[in-house]
Every structure is written in C-alpha cells, then in structure tokens.
Design a protein around this ligand. Structure first.
Ligand SMILES: NC(=O)c1ccc[n+]([C@@H]2O[C@H](COP(=O)([O-])OP(=O)(O)OC[C@H]3O[C@@H](n4cnc5c(N)ncnc54)[C@H](O)[C@@H]3O)[C@@H](O)[C@H]2O)c1
Length: 367
C-alpha cells in the first residue's frame, strides 16, 4: 500500500491527544515524518513519545526538508490559514483543526490557495466520522424514517476559569469566537450534515454571560431549513451538567444522540411510536468497532489520497459550516434573521466570524 508521509504541526492538547496517536495507529497507511512546535519542551516530549520522526521549530524548514504528503495543523485558530497556505504552497495536502479559519474572506483565500496549488485543505469534523454518525446519515438520507422535521443540537459543556489560561483562548485575535465555534462546532456541524437539506435562515442570541473572556460563552439559535424543517441550537460552556445532545425528529422516527466528546454507536438511539406505544428500533444499525474519531477521519483522507481523488470536507464544504456560524453571530449582533448566502464581500461579517464581538467586549470592559 502506498504510504503517506505525514507531518504534525502543533503538539499541544489536541495534537498530542488525538492527531499524533491517529497517525501512529495507521502504520500500514502512513508514516510520521516530522513534528513541529514552537514550544521546545512539548516538541521533545512528542518526538520521544511518537518517534521516529524529526522535531522542528519552524514549519518552513520542515516543509523544505521533509516534503510531507499531508501536513496536519493543530495550532491555535489564527494560524490555520497562514500555515495551511504555506503547506499547500510546498506541495502538501492539509488536514487542519476546526474552525476552518476566522472569516469567510479567509476561507475564500484558502479556497484560492487550493486552486492555485492543486492541493487540498481538509477541516477536522470528527463527529461525522465517529461511531454511528455515517450510518445515521445514510439511514436519514435513504428516507426510511421519513423527512427530518425538527432538529436539536445542544452543546452543554463546562469550562472553568483555568481553561482560558492558554494565552490564545478567549480572545478575538487568536480564537475568533467562543463556545459556539470552539466547542459546539462538532454538534452544529453534525446536525447541519444530518438534516438533509441546506439551512435557509438563522435567528440567534449570543453573549458573554459569565466568563472573563472577550468571546461568547453562550448562544441560542433557531434555524429554518430549505424544505421547511426547524432546529434549535444551544451552545455553552456554562453547564454543570455536561452533555452533547442531538436529535433529528423525522416523520416516522426520532434519532437521538446523548454523548459528550466523541459519539459512540451505542449512544445513538432510534425510537418510533405506533398504535402500541413507543419502541426503540434495534435493527437500524450494523455493529462497528469504536475507532478514535480523528483517526477515522484521517483514514478517510488517506483513502482518497491513495486514490488520487479529492477528499471530503475540503474548503468549499467546510466553508458551509463557517458561513452558518457567521450568520448566527450576525443575527445575534443585529437582532435580524440572517439568510444563507447574504454575507458577502463588503459586509463586515465577511471579514470576521463575530465582527461585532470586539465592540461588545469593549462595552463590557467600560461597564
Ligand atoms: N477537534 C477537537 O476535538 C478539538 C479539541 C481541542 C482543540 N481543537 C482545536 O485544535 C487547535 C489547537 O487547540 P489545542 O487545544 O491543541 O491548543 P494548544 O494550545 O494546547 O496547542 C497548540 C500547540 O501549537 C503550538 N504552536 C503555536 N504556534 C505554532 C507555530 N507557528 N508552529 C508550530 N507550533 C505552534 C503551541 O506551542 C502548542 O503546543 C485549535 O484550533 C482548537 O480549536 C480541536
């Protein structure tokens, strides 16, 4: 089997916990050739734990020497665009952490870089690849449970004050936005993918209710989809009862996911109500091994890479979730319902995910 040479940039939280183990868990399909991190201690710990691979402090030097086939970017969000462009210009595919980037303008620059270089930039959307998600998507898309009518994506997580000790967190310049984008991204992206038709309009509230940070710590949104379905979204890091809850109420069955950080097949259920009451369907799924979700997405990318074909979730597709998030923040700032497609060049929200956020933070600081 043709093996991909992979470099991992960023050996911090998610780099060390998910990406490096994912690469080294697929020895038949890929080889870890380099780790890059500015932090010397993290770099040497990662090289020691995940070697054999060389450690670099500079991505430019690493790209020139190692010429990786795929570069994984697990750095803070404000570096996703510049590092991804650098890697693509060096002839590498990119697999970059969420969020894709900090604005639709930036996403469009990344799309242009894909075209210019002939490389691809894939965004991490691991909930689409973890246990059961694909089976649920296929079952819903087949129509066997009827049309999706109402969706729920509630991300109720808890982050205490120490979470924002990492200098990049909580700030517009480096994180771009808060709970909705950083934490609820997974559930929002998954629900948008499962509902089966594009979202059409969103109406939302978003604010910093409690934490001493610039970005929002809570938002609620109501969404309408083409074809008429609705969804409710709650995104927060203020919940003392942590869960990620997702439902798709289709005409003939309701699909429910009750998880926290990584959906497993057994955390999904499908219920149907008939004349004799409500029953749980047992026959909708085929058993699957639980696989670490980043690894499952990486394996999917490698399959496309070997076939020489475009992977899933390149910039054009990941931009759709980014556009939804941008519209949610615009609605919260303006008090208006925002339609898909309305945010274009010339709109301040085209230039920044939560363009009004810094003004909101300024007012709070003065209060
Ligand atoms: N998919 C998920 O479940 C998930 C979970 C957590 C974080 N994330 C995302 O992953 C990204 C990183 O988050 P984290 O929690 O791992 O952050 P982190 O701060 O723990 O780690 C980031 C690492 O990047 C390194 N770094 C910074 N600038 C660099 C540069 N120019 N070159 C090389 N290395 C550099 C830092 O030294 C640090 O080790 C963010 O985009 C975050 O939103 C995703």
């Amino acid at each position: 089997m043709k093996k991909a040479r992979i470099a991992v940039v960023g050996a911090g939280g998610i780099g060390a916990a998910a990406h490096l183990p994912a690469v080294t868990a697929l020895p038949e399909e890929c080889e870890l050739v380099a780790i890059v991190d500015l932090d010397e201690a993290r770099l040497s710990a990662a090289v020691e734990q995940f070697g054999p691979s060389r450690g670099y402090a500079d991505i430019g030097e690493m790209l020139a020497v190692e010429k990786p086939d795929i570069t994984i970017i697990a750095t803070p969000p404000h570096l996703h665009e510049p590092l991804a462009v650098q890697a693509m210009q060096a002839g590498s595919w990119v697999f970059s952490e969420k969020p894709l980037t900090g604005s639709l303008a930036s996403a469009d620059r990344l799309r242009a870089a894909e075209e210019e270089t002939g490389q691809w930039c894939v965004t991490v959307s691991q909930f689409r690849y973890s246990g059961g998600s694909r089976q649920v998507r296929e079952a819903l898309a087949s129509g066997r449970w009827g049309r999706p009518l109402v969706g729920i994506a509630h991300t109720s997580w808890y982050r205490g004050p120490d979470y924002w000790e990492a200098a990049w967190r909580g700030k517009f310049r480096t994180e771009f936005a808060g709970a909705t984008t950083s934490q609820a991204h997974h559930a929002i992206d998954l629900l948008l993918w499962l509902m089966g038709s594009p979202w059409e309009a969103v109406s939302a509230f978003s604010d910093t209710l409690s934490r001493p940070i610039e970005v929002e710590d809570a938002s609620v949104a109501s969404v309408r989809f083409e074809g008429g379905a609705f969804a409710s979204m709650v995104s927060t890091v203020l919940s003392h009862n942590q869960e990620t809850r997702l439902q798709v109420m289709a005409e003939d069955a309701t699909v429910d996911l009750n998880t926290l950080y990584m959906p497993l097949l057994e955390e999904w259920s499908v219920r149907q109500t008939g004349a004799d009451g409500t029953r749980t369907l047992e026959d909708w799924t085929v058993p699957e091994e639980p696989v670490q979700a980043h690894r499952a997405q990486l394996a999917n990318i490698l399959m496309h890479w070997r076939a020489g074909e475009a992977p899933e979730l390149t910039v054009a597709e990941a931009r759709e979730t980014l556009e939804f998030l941008t519209a949610l923040y615009k609605s919260a700032a303006t008090g208006e319902r925002v339609q898909r497609g309305e945010i274009a060049a010339g709109d301040e929200f085209y230039e920044a995910l939560d363009a009004a956020g810094p003004r909101r933070a300024e007012v709070r600081r003065g209060a």
